[in-house]
Design a protein. Structure first.
Length: 452
């Protein structure tokens, strides 16, 4: 029977290797970054082999370990011939030096500023992107790509025109620039009053009251009109936009902008059941936003009517019913608690107590499993035992609090000791509270409700 790969997303390779070293694990890591895939083989906590296309051994390991923003899958240890003999700590120190050198080179060229600005722009954080792009263009005034992105984030027609003209003065033949100029020329007759917003899918400037894009024909909201024009959006633009927002979701799972835009893309592509899933998620993430709930209602009504007219196979009706039940619920969406505890009995006691109070409970028995569950589920709160196999909970806590995506998740430490020093260690490491085992279930619930 084939063992399913354990996926860990959102944590660095360094974090995972630290846990492997402490827990003396023997497994293979499949590390993916965009189109590149590398393999790291760990035996008893030590890195013994690596492979990346033609590269093997230390050369492959150094390159893979220098990657950021990776997807990691944990596989059974392959049968390999060891090619690396250096201790893991020495390898990580060498990689740290390599990353520092590369970072200095990127900072000198301004590449980091540009990439940071593009990432912010793609998440529609235009003010932050403007600040980064302004700093970048002071360093690299002759960057065509920099001026194109500067134009893309602007809401003033004159500034857009000037930015595109600056790019044209540097390289008028640039293909991306020519495409931007075509979109700007197409939109210009509609941009009255000098103000513009941007298409979520292709960056075309649009009038403030526009409901669809002149260039890609994508609709910017779910409405009676957009539901009459399903499938009319340019397929290539839709595919590119979907890839972009999925990439954002991978790095920022709680990006409301990306989730909503994915709902719109699926709607424009006539994938209404998929659109329903994303829109329902957006509604749960921001229940106070009437825009999302009203569009969800409209899409539910459309799907229900459509399934009756077309004689649907029941899947659509089931999806509508499932979302409808959750939409009708008066309470907030169910909160998720991750319980990290090596004792199966203690985990079960906590899980039963929390489930009876309406919480969703996920469980982990060691550090690696904990990081996997955090990346998969993104719990609302973590209950973390101090004493775990081969490593302590403080190390896991430091990894969680050192991660930008997960650092704000409240963590309650569990211990069988009631010492002042232990509590101080937990506080310093970033825990929200400290419970001493055995603890009263009601007291545990009260403590959780303070932080969730």
């Amino acid at each position: 029977m084939k063992t399913a790969a354990q996926r860990i997303d959102g944590f660095s390779i360094d974090n995972i290797l630290q846990i492997f070293s402490m827990e003396k694990k023997s497994q293979t890591l499949q590390v993916s970054k965009e189109e590149q895939v590398g393999l790291l083989d760990i035996n008893q906590g030590e890195l013994v082999h690596a492979q990346l296309v033609e590269l093997t051994g230390m050369d492959a390991a150094m390159e893979i370990l220098a990657w950021d923003d990776v997807l990691i899958e944990v596989l059974p240890l392959r049968t390999i011939t060891p090619s690396i003999t250096s201790p893991l700590i020495n390898i990580l120190l060498e990689v740290s030096k390599l990353k520092d050198e590369r970072k200095s080179a990127r900072e000198e060229s301004g590449e980091d500023l540009l990439q940071s600005a593009i990432e912010m722009a793609e998440r529609q954080q235009y003010k932050q992107a403007h600040k980064e792009l302004t700093a970048f263009l002071k360093k690299k005034r002759d960057s065509v790509l920099g001026w194109i992105w500067f134009a893309r984030i602007q809401g003033n027609v004159d500034i857009i025109r000037k930015a595109l003209n600056m790019a044209a003065g540097i390289d008028a033949g640039d293909q991306l620039l020519q495409e931007e100029l075509r979109k700007f020329t197409l939109a210009l007759p509609t941009l009255h009053g000098g103000a513009a917003k941007k298409c979520y899918f292709c960056w075309t400037p649009l009038a403030k009251n526009a409901v669809s894009c002149l260039h890609c024909r994508g609709y910017l909201t779910i409405s009676a009109e957009s539901l009459r024009h399903l499938g009319e959006m340019d397929a290539e633009v839709a595919a590119q936009a979907q890839e972009r927002y999925l990439r954002i979701i991978k790095k920022f799972p709680r990006s409301l902008t990306a989730v909503y835009c994915l709902a719109l893309i699926q709607m424009n592509r006539s994938n209404l059941k998929e659109a329903l899933v994303y829109l329902d998620k957006a509604t749960k993430m921001a229940p106070e936003r009437a825009l999302f709930s009203s569009q969800l209602t409209m899409l539910l009504d459309h799907l229900a009517h459509h399934s009756q007219e077309k004689g649907d196979d029941g899947n659509t009706a089931g999806a509508v019913a499932a979302v409808g039940v959750e939409k009708a619920a008066s309470h907030a969406s169910q909160k998720t608690v991750l319980v990290v505890e090596d004792s199966a009995t203690t985990r079960k006691v906590i899980a039963i107590t929390l489930t009876r109070k309406g919480y969703k409970v996920i469980e982990a028995g060691d550090g690696l499993e904990a990081l996997s569950k955090i990346s998969e589920e993104r719990p609302d709160l973590i209950m973390l035992d101090v004493i775990l196999p081969k490593m302590d909970g403080y190390k896991i806590l430091s990894i969680i609090k050192g991660n930008e995506e997960f650092k704000d998740i409240p963590v309650i430490m569990l211990t069988s000791r009631d010492g002042f020093i232990d509590k101080m260690k937990g506080r310093v490491a970033g825990s929200s509270a400290y419970l001493t085992k055995p603890f009263d279930p009601e007291k545990m619930i009260q403590e959780i409700e303070k932080h969730i």
